[in-house]
Design a protein around this ligand. Structure first.
Ligand SMILES: [Zn+2]
Length: 317
């Protein structure tokens, strides 16, 4: 090999290393409350359209997302709605994995371990079968409201049982109140005020960007680097219309999209976590609290604006 060729190859390696270094930001998209967060707000055609919009944005940006299902959302008056089950099949048919988010979204702080456990078991009757059909077994569990148990005993009972049942807990680092924007969006959809819909949508994207930067900072303070993130949002009309822009925002911030498997390979997820409280918060906050961080460390977390909270018409914060 000539000296010239060797030099060219070395330069190539340096450039590649630089490129890889620039690509260090990684995020996994996790989408909760499938088939849809509030299915009864939309007719069957709209439910299908929202699902297809979400799936086409995920496909367009090559995002290996995972969807977490509440099977009780498949039923109306105790009857299985086939069109809703078909929405879940679309996720699997397009290559996405589904996880267990419990059957009826109970609040673990308000029910016993055994009641909660039975709800989780009931939560994968249909997706268990569908998973076999599409060769995508149910592997992950996401806690409703991110409530993991308000005592060590309750938390341990659940995590030990999940392990024995073959389910892996799915943590979240970029926690947010996207659902407040989504509820506001649903309310305004009924009035067809497109200017206000755009305002909510654009505010949502900048709010999520602020949240991303907030948790990047937290990650840097805790680990001295930007860890592999897990983002949470829900299956709803807002994301049906804005997921493309949300993905663009992450691309603009030099993120690559990874699966939950890849995200959890980051050693950060092995950090000690002694958070046993009622609030469902980011795992970054849990690790920080476990390490004894207080006050200023958590300052400056972005909040949903007043006009969005008002439009959402829900009790919030
Ligand atoms: Zn949920």
């Amino acid at each position: 090999m000539t000296f010239f060729r060797k030099t060219l190859i070395s330069i190539g390696f340096v450039l590649m290393a630089g490129y890889l270094f620039a690509q260090q930001n990684m995020v996994c998209f996790t989408i909760d409350d499938l088939p849809l967060q509030r299915p009864s707000w939309y007719d069957a055609a709209r439910q299908k359209q929202i699902t297809e919009n979400i799936l086409s944005a995920l496909t367009k940006y090559h995002i290996p997302a995972i969807g977490f299902v509440n099977e009780d959302k498949l039923y109306v008056d105790g009857k299985l709605v086939k069109s809703r089950q078909a929405l879940l099949e679309e996720w699997l048919a397009k290559g996405f994995e589904l996880g267990n988010h419990s059957y009826s979204h109970p609040n673990y702080d308000n029910v016993s371990f055994s009641v909660f456990r039975d709800d989780v078991i009931k939560g994968q009757q249909i997706i268990g079968e569908l998973g076999k059909k599409y060769n995508k077994p149910v592997r992950y569990f996401r806690q409703p409201f991110l409530h993991t148990g308000d005592t060590r005993e309750k938390s341990d009972s659940l995590s030990n049982w999940l392990k024995s049942y073959g389910l892996i807990e799915a943590p979240v680092t970029i926690d947010n109140s996207e659902w407040v924007f989504a509820f506001a969006y649903d309310s305004v959809l009924k009035t067809k005020d497109t200017a206000l819909l755009h305002k909510i949508g654009d505010t949502y994207i900048s709010y999520m960007e602020d949240k991303l930067h907030y948790f990047e900072k937290e990650s840097n303070k805790l680990f001295g680097r930007n860890i592999r993130h897990v983002l949470l949002f829900h299956a709803n009309a807002l994301n049906g219309d804005y997921l493309d822009k949300l993905a663009q925002m992450f691309v603009r911030n030099q993120y690559t999209f990874i699966s939950l498997d890849q995200a959890l390979k980051d050693k950060a997820y092995l950090s000690e976590n002694n958070y046993f409280h009622k609030n469902g918060i980011s795992w970054l906050d849990r690790w920080a609290l476990t390490k004894g961080y207080k006050g200023d460390f958590f300052a400056g977390e972005p909040l949903a604006p007043e006009f969005v909270k008002k439009l959402a018409k829900v009790e919030y914060e």
